[in-house]
Design a protein around this ligand. Sequence first.
Ligand code: ADP
Ligand code: MG
Length: 235
Amino acid sequence: MTSTELPAIETRRLTRVYGTGPTALRALDEVDLIVPAGQFVVLLGPSGSGKTTLLNLIGGIDRATGGAVIVDGIDVGRLDRRALTTFRREQVSFVFQFFNLIPTLTAVENVELIAGLTGADHADATAALDDVGLSVEVDRFPSQLSGGQQQRVAIARALAKSTPVLLADEPTGALDRASGEGVLALLRRACDEHGRTVVIVTHDSSIAAMADRVLELVDGRIVVDRSVQPERRPR
Ligand code: ADP
Ligand code: MG
């Protein structure tokens, strides 16, 4: 098998238990999943079903209790601290549920800092902000931006950091419908034009129409795994 045939993401009996003893909580329960490179996956499921936990394990910001997660052939659970840092820097971009912008950096500086980890420069950062509809606000600090604008900065940051895998946790939660659809179209483009593998967590099932594949989690298990035919996708 050549490296181009490797799945972008693979999990094998991936398990995450929080706590120990009688109060232990099985947030992910032996999840088996293969995501081919370039797929656009939407992850649905009720609150507490394990969506963020799964995303965090794929992105190397949490450690599994059992099983394995393999991203572009890299067994994430086996990486030491240093290798894990490199992995997070080079392989994955994250749009966090609560944006996690750096408050003392302006919008464009936030994008530059993160995107710069993969070699993107000031022009790339400005272009990404322009793509999400923020061009006059680039020099504002997060506290001077609305929730929706902060979310768009967070999305620009992930778009400009051109890693093979892009993970987004409820990326349209703070946006009105029109901006939400605009952002989804950008994420879709990251997938179609740049071959990036995208996994989006949402509880808005209308977003699922944009996906190649819809997964649904309940109690830490995948209960639905459904392909969406391209001709049924709005363009
Ligand atoms: P979702 O993103 O689908 O809402 P999460 O992955 O955040 O779900 O959480 C799954 C379950 O694990 C929930 O019951 C949640 O309370 C629990 N959980 C998440 N993170 C932690 C943590 N750091 N410590 C303890 N329990 C956690
Ligand atoms: Mg969550």
